[in-house]
Design a protein around this ligand. Sequence first.
Ligand SMILES: Cc1cc2nc3c(=O)[nH]c(=O)nc-3n(C[C@H](O)[C@H](O)[C@H](O)COP(=O)(O)OP(=O)(O)OC[C@H]3O[C@@H](n4cnc5c(N)ncnc54)[C@H](O)[C@@H]3O)c2cc1C
Length: 458
Amino acid sequence: MRTGELGFWWRSLGGAPGPRAPLPGPTEADVAIVGAGYTGLWSAYYLKRAQPSLRVVVLEREVAGFGASGRNGGWVSGFFSGPSRVYERRGGRDGFLAMQRTMFETVDEVARVIAEHGIEADLVKDGHLSVALNGAQRQRQREEVSHARRLGLDEHDLRELSAELLAARVRVAGARGATFSPHVARVHPVKLLLGLAALVEALGVPIYEDTAVTEIAPHRALTRRGAVAARWVVRATEGYTADLRGLKRALVPMNSSMIITEPLAPAVWEQIGWSGREVLGDGAHAYVYLQRTEDGRIAIGGRGVPYRFASRTDGRGETAPATVESLRAKLHSMFPATAEVAVEHAWSGVLGVPRDWCISVDADPDRGIAWAGGYVGEGVAAANLAGRTIRDLIIEQPSPLTRLPWVGRHPARWEPEPLRWAAIHGVYSLYRRADRREQRSDRPSLLGRLVDAASGRT
Ligand SMILES: Cc1cc2nc3c(=O)[nH]c(=O)nc-3n(C[C@H](O)[C@H](O)[C@H](O)COP(=O)(O)OP(=O)(O)OC[C@H]3O[C@@H](n4cnc5c(N)ncnc54)[C@H](O)[C@@H]3O)c2cc1C
């Protein structure tokens, strides 16, 4: 199996387990789930737990965890993508707040389920530090905290830390301070994925691998191995959705790349601090995300080549040398003590980005099609909430989850090419330019704000 290309998380476990059997032929089910990432697997899990008699099958083009769920940074984050105003337009401030609180609880729900089933996934909930690396980032963080207060979040949800308080936890070169939120856990992404897949199989759900769905039609998932006729088909294909007939412009596949170091020597950790398991990021427009792994490495990721023309996906996870170099340089600048530490592995994956950068979930009973996603870079926890919401929608059990403002949203489609390519590349190159300006001037750049407004990202 191509575990090297799938990334370090697989390699750390000795590679992917043997492939599962493909769909044997045309079949019937109550629910056919397309995609064996976190969204598909959590949906299967909650559906089976709610109604054990349901016949649920999972159809996966490659292997379970081939997508972003097997390649991510391992932040189980209680935050989610997109500007609050988009959710507020549907549910008002109360609706947004209900959704935010539910997402915070979702981090604990993930921890609860894996504890219940004895899944060992290195999950530790020590929170999230967003580090300001210059005055501009510091000012933006202050604005974020004020915005959070206006939305009804308090200091137990998100608060500022001075440079001194940050240094007591982790020493990041040049840091001006940080924000801290307790609502984020760290996990080993593939341990979580494999544990979930095994759990779902133990509940009696077959996962058919090497089974590409070519089209999702009302009450049917079509594959070259035969169609699955089902009361419900759940689309859980995230960054690969554009490959499905009729969905070319629904979600843009955007790349994110990661590198991971060898285990750091105790003397290096001594210089860095970071004795907790907080996940860490910076406040740049083109930000990076880091985790300290259970075996004492640092994994750091960021946007590499953000997007390929015509929504093509780089399924094999190859990473451009320039991307590896820029992540390595960022690691060294944040932690000079890592200058001699070897980088052991690099990989990339694709995430799904909707036109308005906001997540959505829905189920259409007439066509028997449900879907969830558009998580951008924050889908590890959100996929769990998606699974529970899809359960409630499919078994027609109205609940507080089905009233949240991400339910029933239908984001606009992306522009056709070449506009799509030009817009996304434009956004990321302007963000990088804004970051460079902010590093020089120490003040928030107007360019960054303009790009935020034009792209609708914040
Ligand atoms: C490098 C990277 C780092 C990230 N870091 C974080 C992070 O730290 N925290 C966070 O919250 N989020 C992070 N994300 C995002 C997060 O990983 C995703 O949002 C989440 O895993 C999405 O899960 P999913 O199941 O919806 O999609 P995926 O995991 O992508 O699964 C989709 C599955 O569908 C299959 N599939 C696609 N098309 C078909 C088809 N036609 N037929 C059958 N099967 C098909 C694919 O092979 C794949 O297995 C990161 C993403 C990347 C790429």
